[in-house]
Structures are given as C-alpha cells and as structure tokens.
Design a protein around this ligand. Structure first.
Ligand code: UDP
Length: 325
C-alpha cells in the first residue's frame, strides 16, 4: 500500500517539486494548501485538500482521512520586505499557524515532521560558510518567525515525542528538469526570475540592490541550490525519519557563492540576451554573504547537490520562464 505524506504548502514552488519526487518514489503526496500563493496547476502528483494552516478542525479532518506517515511543512509567507512592513501577518501565519499544526499533530498522534526553515535564521553570519551550530540572530521578522517555529519544534520534540528534521534552505533556484513546474511567485521578488524576465524584455531593467557591499564586486553573494536538490533533501529526511531517526537540523546549500553581478553575467551567457542593469539602493535586511556548509547532511544522510551548478540552475529557469505567459 502506498504511504501517504501530507505536504502542507504543496502547491508552492519547493513543495510541488517535492511532491513530484515523492510520487516517483512510490509515496502518495497529499497536498494541503490554502492556495493564497500556491497554484492548483502545480498539484499533479496526488490529491489536494484546500485548507488553512490556522484551521485546526480541517487539519484534523485531513489527518483522519489520509493517516499520513509524515508531514512536510512548507507553508509560510516568505517575503522579507513584507515581513518588515506587516509583521502581524507573518507571525500569525508562520508562527501561530505552525503552532496550530504542531498541536493538531500532537492530538492526532502524528510524530514525524519535516520543516522548511531558512538561512534567514542566522542573520548576519560571523563566519562563512555557515554551519548549523552558528548563532541564530535573525535580522528581519521573516527570519524570526522561522527561528521561533524551530524553537517550538525543539520543545515539542522533547515534551511530546515528535521527531522532526529542520531543513535550513539557502537560496532555492531553478526549475523542474522536465519543465513541468517552476518558480512562479506573485509578485516575483527573487533575483533569478527577475534577471531572466529582464532578458525576456518583460521588465525594462534589472535592479541590483546595492553595489557597495564588502564583497569582491560589491554586490551580495548567495548560495543558490537547485530546487531538485532541495526536494531530494526532503526525501532523504523522510527516509531518515522512517528509519527511526531523531530530531535534527540541516543546512541545504551547494556550498559556493555567486554575486548578483556574476549571476547577471552568467544569465547573459545562457540567454544570449543583454540585460539592462540599474544600480539601486541596498534592500533592508540583506546580509552581504550567505554561503552554506552542508557537510552535516552529506555525512549523515548521504545527500549531495547534483543540479546546483549555475548552468543547470539558469538553463532550467530560463526554459521555465520562456514558457510562462
Ligand atoms: N536582488 C537584487 N535585485 C533584485 C532582487 C534581488 O539585487 O531585484 C539581490 C538581493 O539583494 C540578494 C540576492 O539578490 O542579495 C538574492 O535575493 P532574493 O530575493 O532572490 O533571495 P533572498 O536572499 O532574499 O532569499
């Protein structure tokens, strides 16, 4: 019998890629999503139950219907800038919603969870690459909501016998290798889609947020990890929990950094288009450099990034962006 996995936020970018992989490996992904940012068209590998993280009764009903062996929790608001302007929205959905989920899991005796956290929990790192034991001092409400949920999970794990893998993503990028799904945020704020949409002339200019950072070319450096590799990290975590693994945390990045300027150069090569640049002000809440040390998950779960070279990231994103209307 196929094993049900409840994927909360499974109609979103990383969630939908994870659902595809789950189905390919013989699991049944049950998507639970309120479709505020998720797309129904991205739910192709199992049923969808429309519902909100804040709705305890609906969550319990879905737990009862499908009896999932594990829950993968992607659902969150994730715009850093918006979290500064409207923290209430972020605390309610990301923190109160996750507390609601944890309580619903406790009451319904579901003991296995994989949670999407973020490198935003580290704030401005004192050392790069960043290891999991680095200080977590977020510099924006979004990062604080993720860290708060991590702390709740830690306390629930001890008190209620919950096993949870926390995955701290660096910069998710790229699109499905078969071109079936990809990044489609409304509004789009992420660097690679914006660069590529400028190459497509859907946008007049690409704005570089600050060129006076303490980096070799003055622009911010990030660790871009392909969404396929991110999805695989969830599968590895699921198998670890199925095998009786106990609660832990892993960074998920590819371990090398690209500056914004380097991304533009690489994108011009891949697209063969000139990208019109404007140097703009720094964006509030952006650390200069974020690079992951992902040795822990490599050592413990055998995870390896396979598609996170910049060429594959840009090629898959470019194919996806060209297909978007
Ligand atoms: N960035 C930029 N121009 C944009 C969007 C992003 O220069 O229009 C920069 C941003 O300052 C950061 C990097 O690109 O240094 C990645 O930003 P993104 O929003 O994609 O991801 P985040 O790091 O916020 O998760």
């Amino acid at each position: 019998m196929s094993k049900n996995v409840l994927v909360i936020g499974g109609a979103g970018y990383i969630g939908s890629h994870t659902c595809k992989k789950l189905q390919q490996l013989g699991y049944t992904p049950i998507v639970y999503d309120n479709l505020v940012h998720g797309h129904k068209s991205s739910v192709k590998w199992g049923p969808i139950e429309v519902g909100d993280l804040l709705d305890f009764d609906r969550l319990s009903e879905v737990f009862g219907k499908y009896k999932p062996i594990s829950i993968i929790h992607f659902a969150a608001y994730a715009y850093v800038g918006e979290s500064v302007l409207d923290p209430s929205k972020y605390y309610r959905n990301n923190v109160v919603g996750s507390l609601n989920l944890l309580d619903a899991m406790r009451v319904n005796k579901i003991k296995s969870l994989i949670f999407s956290s973020s490198c935003a929990t580290y704030g401005i790192p004192t050392r790069v690459p960043i290891t999991e034991d680095a200080p977590q001092i977020p510099i924006n409400p979004y990062g604080t909501t993720k860290l708060t949920v991590e702390k709740m999970i830690n306390d629930f794990s001890h008190a209620y016998d919950l096993d949870c893998v926390v995955l701290r993503y660096f910069n998710a990028a790229g699109a499905d290798l078969d071109g079936e799904i990809g990044e489609n945020h409304l509004p789009e704020t992420h660097v690679i889609p914006l660069i590529l949409q400028t190459a497509l002339k859907k946008r007049e200019h690409f704005y570089i947020f600050g060129n006076d950072y303490d980096t070799p070319d003055g622009t911010c450096i990030r660790d871009y990890v392909h969404v396929e590799d991110l999805a695989q990290a969830h599968i590895s975590s699921l198998k670890y929990l199925e095998g009786g693994g106990s609660s832990t945390q892993y960074n998920i990045g590819n371990g090398s950094g690209y500056s914004v300027r380097e991304l533009v150069t690489e994108a011009e090569r891949v697209t063969q288009e000139e990208i019109s640049l404007v140097i703009a002000e720094r964006r509030v809440g952006d650390p200069a450099i974020l690079i992951s040390d992902s040795q822990k998950i490599k050592n413990e779960l055998g995870w390896q990034p396979e598609y996170s070279d910049i060429n594959t990231i840009l090629e898959t994103s470019w194919r996806w962006q060209k297909g978007l209307i």
